[in-house]
Design a protein around this ligand. Sequence first.
Ligand SMILES: *Cc1c(COP(=O)(O)O)cnc(C)c1O
Length: 408
Amino acid sequence: MTRDGHSNQPDVYTRLGVPTLINAKGPATRLGGGIMAPEVADAMREATQHCVDMATLQSHASDLIAGITGAEAGIVTAGAAAAVLAGTAACVAGMDPACMSRLPDVRGMKDEVVVVRSQRNFYDHAVRAVGVRLVEVGLADRYAGSGVRDAEPWEIADALSERTACVYYMAHPRSRPPLADVVRVAHAAGIPVLLDAAAQLPPAENLRHFLDLGADLVAFSGGKAIGGPQGSGILCGRRDLVASAALQTLDMDLYREQWAPGGSLFADLELDGLPPHGIGRTSKVGKEEVVGLLVALQRFADGGAAADRARAAMLCADLRAGLGPLLPDGASLSEAHPEEVHVDLRLIEGRARLGALDLMLALERGRPGIHADPTLVDEGVVRFATVCLAEGEPEVIAAQVGGLLRGG
Ligand SMILES: *Cc1c(COP(=O)(O)O)cnc(C)c1O
């Protein structure tokens, strides 16, 4: 089977001997993300055929990202996590080349980042990698079951000091306190707010929403809903901070006299000297990722988001239609919604032939391997997301699930 359009050639994974899988989890990095729109892939291929000055390319990227997000500036990074790292480095080092050069040694600099305790997550390694100490705030009583509260704005205000580089905020509909309140107390102390909004798209409106609420830097993943290269992301927000992040990410092996990037990102910047390679140089992006992300972002903002969603909803209907008739006693589907992009399969313990985790594992070990979303496995539910499926794959999933549950 090929997906590259050259039907009489085995595709590259076949040539490499690497089995492909059916991704019913959604755009997960672990599973190779999603499937790229042809115009994005074509743009990346075109990008390979010329060389460009990367600072100038990022500066033009900045204008395009600014136009779409409403930010002052933006750059393409090697993923949202890389954007969080570069954004933290910007908040710590500012425009000081000596500070940029010293990171992750933060002695003498603003070396603390304030975070609400319930927002701690594995991705905050990107913040800590800069050398700062996370200062955790609040008790998530609502999670412990012992109360109703989470961190309060006054607790955040209390934790801010002259050592605070920024407040790091994990954007999620459940995140507390609300972003607007956090922005208010941080800005009152003159401290920026850095937002991880990696997975908060769609809706496309969120490209502007968090910035409208006052976030100073926002990180988005390029390899999730935007549909860009798997190893891409966006850092957008205040121009001085984005420019600092860019300087700490670009390759800086050049004489001061050679530094003459075109475009607006670095225009009129006051620099005491040219920094060397910065802490973000380890997560570099190539021109192909920059170009691919920009084409994908434009497509996403121009209605691609809605088109992708409609396509996923159709695949969802296919999956539902395929699964429904094959389900034995003890297995049932979640109620249908017109715009759904996943189907939940509930298995009743003792009645279904397999439990949720066992079914998931059996599907993963099948041929082709089918990878479902494990989020609700604890509750006896296997979730099948359809955003990363290709035509025909819902039918394959239905047949495999039916076979496994019926003992076929
Ligand atoms: C996916 C994700 C990231 C990482 O995004 P990449 O683009 O893969 O680096 C960071 N934070 C959150 C909350 C995410 O969901």
